[in-house]
Design a protein around this ligand. Structure first.
Ligand code: FMN
Length: 191
């Protein structure tokens, strides 16, 4: 275990090992984020994992004008499903959107904005997502370095409180869960 791994919840180490198996594949950073729609029905979509903030909080980037942003403002509860195919592992991470104060939000958003490639930034210059196609709108292919971060650029910090892992490489499959309320004690489950 590296010094950086000391004190991490046990599921974080397992997730790290499973992600290592994916190598440099961009798919190893794709996860599905479920939220609750205004009518109480589930909504799910894929996002790119942008990094850990602390032991049990991770960061994602999105468009502040998107439906998910409004849903999470109404109801901060989330579930992430992170499939690591090479490890044949499914992690389900449950928690809520963490509310950052204005200063920290701007500081973290700026950090992420500066790290993005100009082509990746372009999305935040497009017309509002989810609205009827605006063919006459401005659709930049890149936003160059040095451009001020647009208001549409939004950080989601999710605090994880429950984790469940299913591994298919064992027979029978292996399933276990952890909760923050008891210090991440592992509980084995029937698969
Ligand atoms: C591979 C992949 C990666 C994506 N990454 C992101 C992302 O990091 N952030 C994001 O907001 N949307 C991302 N999307 C788009 C979302 O899946 C979704 O279509 C969009 O955010 C609108 O969702 P909403 O209407 O539920 O808010 C990605 C889609 C794919 C297919």
């Amino acid at each position: 275990m590296s010094p950086a791994d000391q004190g991490l919840p046990p599921w974080r180490l397992l997730l790290k090992q499973a992600r290592l198996k994916e190598g440099h594949s961009p798919m190893g950073r794709w996860l599905q984020l479920a939220s609750i729609g205004p009518d109480g029905s589930p909504r799910v979509r894929t996002l790119v994992f942008r990094g850990w903030w602390n032991h049990n909080s991770l960061e994602l980037l999105t468009d502040g004008r998107s439906a998910k942003q409004q849903q999470l403002q109404r109801d901060p509860r989330v579930e992430l499903c992170w499939l690591l195919p090479k490890a044949q592992s499914q992690f389900r991470l449950r928690g809520h959107r963490h509310n950052l104060d204005q200063g920290e939000r701007m500081q973290r958003q700026t950090h992420h904005w500066l790290r993005l490639q100009p082509e990746a930034r372009a999305l935040w210059g497009w017309p509002p997502p989810g609205q009827e196609l605006d063919s006459a709108g401005d659709w930049p292919t890149a936003i160059p370095d040095g451009t001020t971060m647009p208001d549409s650029f939004a950080l989601l910090r999710l605090e994880i409180t429950h984790v469940e892992l299913l591994e298919l490489r064992h027979s029978p499959h292996r399933r276990r869960c952890w909760g923050s309320e008891d210090g991440w004690q592992e509980v084995a489950l029937n698969p």
